[in-house]
Design a protein around this ligand. Structure first.
Ligand code: PMP
Length: 408
């Protein structure tokens, strides 16, 4: 039996899901913001501190070896989980944001010239816009927005048409956090590759929801963040081609990333350690390893199938709400729904929903250009995970109707 066949038992693995908010059972529909953590992940973190606490890669004593083994095991687990070509291609970072900055500063900036272009879609999270703007401003390069359509899909033809000999990198979100759109990343990677352009895919919202195979996608860089993957905050990764990592200079200097330091000159460690200076979030990465084991035991295909059913139920239910407009309604979408309701500000909606125990996010979702494209200052966003239920969707829809009446 799969654990998804017994949702009450699966939900019982999440202490937070048993909470009551303002006297009502919590309906947690803010998974795109951060996911809740199963007890097993919490235990992995606390076991590290209770039993194994030591620094990694520095001590030969038993605790040091235990900590290093547990920490490095996550690298193998993550490499398998996302289909990396090898464990050396997995660089641990604090999250997606740091991973994109690492690529911007170590890969692109050293060779970026005036007039060079970085092509990113209009539906990117700020984490896949601002680092490029920073290196572009220093070098005279520019960030070019790739077009999207009124339904929130990538305009593939328009995007490919913008690829030219000055384009140095194409950055694209795998699943949009603001719209829920699942992008045809393989098609864009192939088009960029055929033109000799580097590619970075932001997989923050993809890896928690379906199976990803980085080697098959054949992108140069794939970035992800642990806290959306049911793991602790301050964990994440850059998956990158080994040859590129070999050629890239370090991003930050310090301990662990070196081979030999002298005042005459310093030589650097091999990737991935070259990019991992200092003491990392050891407990967090051990938690990430536990989260991956747990997800794989359930099975990403089973998770994707359940979420597709929740998505379709939610889509149908939202379509029946008077005065509600979806912001982004792509054919290929995740169970992430941005919407506006006539006469109601998104923050007021979210506040009223919270009174009914429902957690949704309201705001610009760190995607100002996406909001500008749709001509809205903010949306409310409900984002589901596989531990959510159809009953919760019904509670949410009732609360939404009530909130709308109160705000009308
Ligand atoms: N990209 C996307 C698509 C996201 O949803 C997020 C988180 N909201 C990020 C990047 C940034 O992730 P982090 O803050 O964990 O670095």
């Amino acid at each position: 039996m799969n654990r998804l066949d017994d949702i009450p038992a699966l939900r019982a693995e999440f202490p937070q899901l048993a909470r009551r908010i303002h006297g009502k059972p919590l309906v947690y529909f803010d998974n795109a913001n951060t996911a809740q953590k199963p007890q097993l992940v919490i235990d992995a973190v606390s076991d590290y501190y209770r039993l194994h606490n030591a620094n990694v890669a520095r001590a030969v004593h038993t605790l040091g070896e235990e900590a290093t083994t547990l920490y490095e095991a996550t690298r193998d687990k993550l490499a398998r989980f996302v289909g990396a070509r090898s464990r050396e291609e997995v660089v641990f970072t604090r999250g997606t944001t740091e991973a994109v900055n690492l690529v911007a500063y170590s890969f692109l900036r050293p060779t970026l010239k005036p007039g060079d272009e970085i092509l990113v879609s209009r539906m990117e999270h700020h984490a896949n816009i601002v680092p490029w703007q920073l290196v572009a401003a220093e070098t005279g390069a520019k960030v070019v927005p790739a077009p999207i359509t009124a339904s929130g899909e990538l305009d593939v033809e328009g995007t490919v048409a913008l690829m030219n000999p000055r384009t140095r990198l194409v950055g694209l979100v795998h699943v949009s956090n603001a719209l829920g759109t699942v992008n045809p990343v393989a098609e864009i990677i192939a088009a960029a590759k055929a033109r000799g352009i580097a590619t970075l895919i932001d997989g923050s919202q993809a890896v928690p929801h379906f199976r990803v195979d980085v080697a098959a996608l054949d992108c140069d860089f794939y970035v992800l963040t642990g806290h959306k993957l049911f793991a602790p905050t301050g964990t994440g990764a850059l998956i990158a081609r080994r040859a590129l990592l070999d050629a890239m200079p370090p991003f930050m200097g310090g301990g662990e990333m070196i081979r030999k330091v002298s005042f005459e000159g310093t030589t650097f460690n091999d990737p991935p350690h070259k990019f991992e200076p200092g003491t990392p979030n050891i407990a967090g990465f051990i938690g990430l390893g536990a989260a991956i084991d747990w997800l794989q035991a359930i099975g990403m295909d089973a998770i994707a199938a359940r979420e597709a059913r929740l998505r379709d139920a939610m889509r149908a239910a939202l379509a029946a709400v008077d005065g509600l407009r979806l912001v982004g309604d792509a054919r290929a979408r995740a169970a992430v729904f941005s919407f506006v309701v006539e006469g109601a500000h998104a923050h007021d909606l979210a506040t009223l929903l919270d009174h009914d125990g429902i957690a949704v996010r309201s705001g610009h979702h760190c995607a100002h250009p996406t909001m500008q494209f749709f001509g809205v200052p903010a949306t409310a966003r409900a984002s589901l995970a596989f531990y959510n239920t159809e009953d919760e969707i019904a509670v949410f829809i009732d609360a939404l109707a009530k909130a709308r009446r109160m705000l009308a």
